[in-house]
Design a protein around this ligand. Structure first.
Ligand SMILES: Cc1cc2nc3c(=O)[nH]c(=O)nc-3n(C[C@H](O)[C@H](O)[C@H](O)COP(=O)(O)O)c2cc1C
Length: 191
């Protein structure tokens, strides 16, 4: 569904800074939390009927994927044990939030040139075979395909300490933040 001015949109608001405060309000507060909350405040003022879901992976990081998680995720759903279903429960919840969202707004700080580990852990939990992307080795051409509805949009609100990371800047080649989010989410069908 393309984003439009009519109808109710479902917005997934995410933060991933390890800093829990908000800059300008709290001492040592997070700039990306300030940016994302301003974006959502203004969005809600303009579109009060849209549904906002909040997910804070900065202060409540998803569990990193493990060997047992991988075995469970790649096991056909009908053959999963109760233990495997339990292992995937958190990932199921996170993926369902993404599947339901029309617009995903992510506060994403730069940590050591890339994404915070807690945001990468979220990516690893929502990139799920049979849920958000399809895979069939026998499929002619490309064995992978995106499963999320086209028309979803991603907004990245980032902050970093240094300057020169934008295209053409002195550190542009070292900036892995936007690509770190755009590439895996585009793989699922999100622009
Ligand atoms: C662990 C860590 C790693 C960082 N790595 C970088 C970096 O590689 N380049 C940079 O310009 N700033 C870096 N910074 C600075 C942050 O990107 C900057 O403080 C940003 O505002 C953090 O987002 P936040 O304000 O939402 O917490 C780093 C900060 C931390 C805490």
């Amino acid at each position: 569904m393309p984003l439009s001015n009519s109808g109710v949109l479902r917005v997934l608001h995410m933060d991933s800074s390890a800093r829990s405060g908000i800059s300008g309000r709290d001492r040592h507060g997070s700039h990306t939390r300030r940016l994302s909350s301003r974006f959502i405040d203004r969005w809600s003022a303009a579109r009060p009927h849209d549904a906002i879901t909040y997910r804070d992976v900065g202060t409540a990081p998803p569990t990193p994927v493990s060997e047992a998680w991988i075995a469970a995720a790649f096991c056909p759903p009908g053959r999963r044990t109760d233990a495997q279903k339990g292992l995937l429960a958190e990932s199921d919840r996170l993926a369902a939030e993404l599947v339901a969202a029309d617009l995903i707004v992510v506060g994403a700080p730069m940590y050591n040139f890339g994404l915070p580990a807690q945001l990468k852990a979220w990516i690893d939990n929502v990139v799920r075979v049979g849920v958000t992307f399809g895979f069939d080795r026998a499929r002619p051409g490309e064995p992978y395909w995106p499963m999320l509805a086209s028309g979803k949009r991603l907004v990245i609100l980032t902050a970093r300490g240094d300057y020169g990371y934008d295209a053409g800047g002195r550190l542009a080649a070292m900036n892995l933040v936007e690509q770190g989010l755009k590439v895996p989410l585009a793989y699922l069908g999100i622009k």
